[in-house]
Design a protein around this ligand. Structure first.
Ligand code: HEM
Ligand SMILES: *[C@@H]1O[C@H](CO)[C@@H](O)[C@H](O)[C@H]1NC(C)=O
Ligand SMILES: *[C@@H]1O[C@H](CO)[C@@H](O)[C@H](O)[C@H]1NC(C)=O
Ligand SMILES: *[C@@H]1O[C@H](CO)[C@@H](O)[C@H](O)[C@H]1NC(C)=O
Ligand SMILES: *[C@@H]1O[C@H](CO)[C@@H](O)[C@H](O)[C@H]1NC(C)=O
Ligand SMILES: *[C@@H]1O[C@H](CO)[C@@H](O)[C@H](O)[C@H]1NC(C)=O
Length: 496
């Protein structure tokens, strides 16, 4: 009897103790024992509709460093405002990534790949990927030709489908085109966009599977992971697991195919990676193996396709609503390129207004509104607050993109803010849609080239308008791990 009472007392003291915030813990809502701020956050996100809006709201109340406790997982620290974001992302002790159940599960139960690894594995993989993609013309003319080819196919697909009324599947078409250039780099096969292709559709549905079903904070399976044993169905674990197996199997088959086909020649990323596995097979520590390769390929698709696709979707959505801006882009393209000459990357400098429009959409749409989660790798102090090892940190990029003191009228869509007196595009270091520091996006060049060439090609040929009586699109988009543009129908009018 006494034993039980003592145990209970200790248990209660422990719960209350955990509930207390450490003295220098960043400020934030107090929350409840055990579940912490899970309910506060749910209420706030229900009200604000977007996780990133909730982060900005919390920053307004508590300041640039906000601390949340979500269940038994490590505290979540939201870092807002440019100074705090830069400080956090510049310091190597914040270069880690969380090592939760969910993060390991997505790469077959172990830490693999590049997005959610850290330390030596991550450094070696990131370096290798950047080097290899560069060899395959990432950021060079060869890549540009591949993208242009797809962009031209895309315009002709749009032209023929526009004959039968408003386009409702525009984004599907753009995502296929975006996918194609990445697939070409990684697997070496190009798909003819003008033919229906079941393999391509399969990849697309795989990508959708990956991206549309996760939350920035990791969801219930991160905060209370043991619940999956109690209710695999309700926590979503069963579905997640099946999805995981399907995705892994798909990329595994691709790797197996490459292994059978290559006879020493290095035709694409997978070939080069397979060669590296062989080369390192004798060394005592090697981070290169087949599971690692599958995870890396999966990571590139997870990180690359949706973000680029959504950005292009947002550009079209904004231009459909802001016809005056679209008219200026048209005028610039007509003046600089005319109707026939295809746009090239080299033309970026001659198309400052288009450049500014893309930048302004990136600033407002916030397709990746926070960084991917970071992890503190040691106990440290950030702007006076104590950050313990393993705390999770999110850089609130949206707070930088909408900072009133810097932009003046941050809510307003105004590409001119990126244009100087001489009519030139000026870069603004407050725009950091690809993140900052060593963890910065690895696909920035590819994404920028894709977005620029697709947008230029589409706008050279078409004017995009809403069908009559279409409701005004919700420019905030749809929340998820990335933010997606709203579902709308569009009429593509061929320009004379
Ligand atoms: C408009 C398109 C894109 C946007 C807005 C974007 C944005 C971002 C952001 C904000 C991060 C996180 C930085 C951090 O955690 O501090 C990131 C990481 C990453 N991105 Fe992108 N990205 C885009 C396109 C791409 C593409 C096309 C690829 C692949 C070819 C790619 C691959 C990656 C990878 C692998 C990481 C993880 C890097 C690391 O953990 O070290 N991204 N991206
Ligand atoms: C993600 O968050 C939304 C909104 O809070 C919720 O409705 C959804 O079930 C969550 N999804 C997952 C996979 O946790
Ligand atoms: C690995 O080591 C063996 C014997 O030490 C050698 O014969 C082989 O060529 C090496 N393989 C590679 C890929 O370096
Ligand atoms: C691209 O974006 C559209 C619109 O949000 C979406 O319907 C489509 O599934 C996306 N494709 C991919 C591969 O993410
Ligand atoms: C367009 O933007 C890119 C960076 O996004 C920059 O490198 C390029 O110089 C810009 N072009 C113009 C017109 O200045
Ligand atoms: C941090 O996480 C790792 C692995 O998840 C664990 O081994 C380590 O004990 C944790 N350290 C602290 C201080 O919580």
């Amino acid at each position: 009897m006494w034993f039980i009472i003592i145990c209970l007392t200790i248990f209660i003291i422990k719960i209350v103790h955990d509930w207390q915030r450490p003295r220098k813990f960043p400020p934030g809502p107090r929350g409840l024992p055990i579940v912490g701020n899970i309910l506060d956050l749910k209420r706030l996100v229900d009200k604000m509709k977007f996780y990133s809006h909730a982060w900005c709201h919390l920053a307004d109340i508590y300041g640039s460093i906000v601390g949340l406790k979500l269940g038994i997982s490590e505290p979540l620290i939201i870092v807002s405002g440019r100074d705090a974001v830069i400080e956090m992302m510049s310091r190597p002790e914040f270069d880690g990534r969380p090592n939760g159940f969910i993060h390991r599960h997505r790469t077959g139960g172990k830490r693999r790949g590049v997005i959610f690894t850290d330390g030596d594995i991550w450094r070696d993989q990131k370096r290798f990927i950047l080097k290899t993609l560069k060899e395959f013309g990432y950021g060079k003319i060869a890549m540009e030709d591949i993208i242009l080819n797809d962009a031209v196919s895309l315009t002709s697909i749009i032209e023929s489908s526009a004959k039968s009324g408003p386009l409702t599947n525009l984004y599907d078409i753009t995502s296929i085109a975006v996918l194609n250039s990445l697939w070409t780099l990684v697997a070496g096969t190009r798909f003819d966009l003008e033919k229906k292709n079941s393999k391509l559709m399969e990849i697309l549905s795989i990508i959708n599977d990956i991206v549309r079903n996760i939350n920035v904070t990791g969801g219930i399976l991160t905060h209370l992971p043991f619940l999956r044993h109690i209710s695999p169905g309700l926590t979503g674990f069963t579905a997640l697991n099946q999805r995981q197996i399907r995705v892994f199997q798909f990329f595994k088959n691709e790797v197996t195919k490459h292994k059978a086909e290559t006879h020493g020649e290095l035709r694409n990323f997978i070939d080069v990676y397979l060669a590296e596995i062989k080369k390192q097979s004798n060394s005592t520590v090697s981070y290169f193996d087949e599971e690692q390769l599958i995870s890396v390929v999966k990571d590139l698709f997870t990180a690359g396709v949706e973000t680029t696709n959504n950005t292009i979707g947002f550009i079209i959505t904004y231009l459909v609503v802001k016809q005056d801006v679209q008219r200026k882009v048209h005028e610039e393209i007509d003046r600089v390129l005319g109707k026939e000459v295809l746009p090239r990357i080299a033309d970026k400098n001659r198309l400052p207004y288009l450049n500014a429009t893309i930048a302004e959409v990136s600033r407002l749409a916030n397709v990746g509104p926070t960084s991917v989660a970071h992890r503190a790798t040691t106990d440290t102090v950030l702007l006076g607050y104590e950050i313990k090892k393993n705390y999770t940190l999110l850089a609130n990029l949206r707070s930088v993109h909408l900072d009133e003191k810097h932009w003046g009228d941050p809510k307003k869509f105004r590409p001119e803010r990126f244009i100087n007196d001489k009519g030139e595009y000026v870069e603004d270091p407050w725009l950091m849609q690809f993140g900052f520091g060593r963890r910065k996006c690895l696909g920035e060049t590819l994404a920028k080239n894709n977005i620029f060439l697709f947008t230029a090609c589409l706008l050279q040929k078409f004017q995009f308008v809403l069908p009559p009586k279409h409701s005004n699109p919700e420019l905030d988009g749809i929340d998820g791990f990335t933010i997606a543009p709203p579902d709308i129908s569009i009429i593509a009018v061929k320009r004379a």
